[in-house]
Ligand binder design. Structure first.
Ligand SMILES: Cc1ncc(COP(=O)(O)O)c(C=O)c1O
Length: 490
């Protein structure tokens, strides 16, 4: 946070602490700090503004007295949620209240405008093939006729289903266009496929740590969590066996390739064993393949959908991370009656998707633009990953460990026990880097000593700067000497 302070008091006679409080109040009013956002730690802000800690503490106390922020012991100072507009607001369903509670507990990243953004998996807009996509979209709209402008069928634009099926067949997933339901990104794929098999009160199994929005979706649907810990080669199969055996557990959700948040890919043996367990218990497996087109190193491992001989696997894919997220196009691949059920659910949810976009994606892929774009994207991702790993080697203290992803956008870092990365975040923002703390990926939001670094948004120089900032924060905090970390990879 940058504030131009008049240290001897400003023309209005405001002391320094009030200038700070006024500045933060105006940032909150401008929604730069949204409801629930965490303010920078007192120490970090004092350091960056070069004022005494007590001055910042006083500013925060003033804002707290006004009810603008609130402090939670040991966790920091947060912007209070906006007061309810009217005393007669209808009461929300208990499920939605629970979802709001989950959202409130999510880490907030504050303004951190100058900080290197390594917290989110949002692909770098400078890499989007915007110009070629725009030309194709224009052509599709010009030539597509009214067919594209009325409601499409709930299963989605046929040509895109054909194009997606053809790509999947190339990676040994034997699928026809009639076994695909297009949807609004993998996110909608998650909620539709959870609803296929589970109703409120049921339990769902998933890897932990896992994708934050899987947790939000499951909570919003009234589903109970059955987390399965992760091991080096994939989720813990012994725990999976015990979990799927329970009748109330209706399905497994898994991200076997370029796992979010870990970045790891499970082995072929692990995949076979997982399917065997699922088949033994007759439990469906939802496979989130959101980054499956983004392998830039190593050998690919057959998808669970390619290995499945039972029809229990439902595969989700997406163009969000490989094209751009605003396109909101994903696909659900399923067998037999599941397809009819998905079409019914999709229709009941939103009738259909935006056909012009689906038609443009179909053309974009069919004309070879997508593969050309992927080739470039993979090259860039690989060098970003290498820059990040190199910086981690140089900057992180002994005892830190991380993995080496072969695709996708994320690296998981484990710090020595006892470090709460959720707590560390405010200091990191002050020092110039944003990361996703491990608590964000756990169903109970418990503190943890791990974090996810994303190389989706930041370029190589920024990645180096961000990791250097993280190294500084760790050094300051723990006064631990930074030695070249032994190359301990997870
Ligand atoms: C594991 C996982 N699945 C699904 C999604 C959402 O993808 P989409 O934009 O296709 O809805 C994300 C987004 O980060 C993700 O990490």
């Amino acid at each position: 946070m940058q504030i131009e302070l008049q240290r001897a008091g400003d023309p209005d006679g405001r002391p320094v602490y009030r200038q700070i409080a006024d500045h933060i109040r105006s940032e909150i009013a401008a929604d730069i700090f949204g409801a629930g956002a965490r303010l920078p730690a007192i120490r970090a802000l004092a350091r960056s503004l070069r004022v005494n800690r007590d001055t910042v503490a006083l500013a925060y106390e003033e804002l707290a007295a006004e009810g603008v922020v609130e402090s939670a012991v040991g966790r920091g100072t947060f912007v209070r949620l906006a007061p309810q507009a009217s005393p007669f607001q209808p009461s929300l369903s208990p499920l939605v209240e629970r979802l709001l509670e989950f959202e409130r507990a999510r880490p907030r990243f504050g303004s951190g405008k100058a900080a290197v953004a390594m917290h989110a998996i949002i692909p770098d807009p400078s890499l989007y093939p915007a110009e070629s996509f725009r030309r194709i979209l224009n052509r599709v709209l010009r030539d597509g006729g009214p067919e594209l402008l009325i409601y499409g069928g709930p299963q989605g634009y046929e040509k895109l289903r054909e194009v997606v099926a053809e790509r999947l067949r190339k990676v040994s997933i034997d699928v026809g266009s009639d076994e695909i339901v297009l949807c609004h990104g993998a996110s909608q794929g998650i909620s539709l496929s959870l609803r296929l098999f589970a109703e409120p009160g049921d339990t769902v199994a998933f890897e932990e740590p896992t994708y934050t929005n899987l947790l939000a979706t499951a909570f919003g649907l009234g589903l109970k969590p059955a987390p399965i810990p992760m091991r080096g080669d994939g989720l813990d199969l012994a725990v999976l066996e015990r979990t799927l055996e329970r009748p109330e557990v209706k399905l497994l959700y898994t991200i076997p390739t370029f796992n979010n948040p870990l970045g790891t890919t499970s082995t072929l043996e692990h995949r076979r064993a997982l399917l065997e367990i699922a088949a033994r218990h007759g439990k469906p497996v939802i496979v989130d393949g959101y980054e499956m087109d983004l392998r830039f190193a190593g050998r690919s491992v057959p998808s669970l959908a390619a290995l499945d001989g039972t029809g229990l696997v439902v595969l989700l894919t997406s163009f969000s991370k490989s094209l751009f997220p605003g396109v909101r196009v994903g696909a659900i691949v399923a067998r037999g009656r599941l397809v009819d059920a998905l079409v019914a659910l999709k229709s009941a949810t939103d009738l259909s998707d935006a056909m012009p976009l689906q038609a443009a994606v179909a053309e974009f892929v069919a004309r070879g633009h997508y593969d050309r774009h992927l080739a470039r994207l993979r090259r860039i991702l690989r060098s970003r990953r290498d820059a990040l790993l190199d910086a981690l080697d140089r900057e992180l203290p002994t005892g830190a460990r991380w993995n080496v992803p072969e695709g996708g956008y994320q690296v998981w870092v484990e710090l020595p026990d006892g470090i709460d990365t959720g707590e560390l975040l405010a200091d990191a923002v002050g020092a110039g880097v944003l990361f996703a703390p491990g608590s964000q990926f756990r169903h109970d939001g418990r503190a943890s000593s791990d974090l996810r670094l994303s190389f989706a948004m930041a370029r190589e120089d920024d990645l180096r700067r961000g990791v250097a900032a993280l190294g500084r924060v760790l050094r300051d905090r723990f006064a631990s000497p930074v030695r070249r970390a032994a190359k301990v990879h997870i």
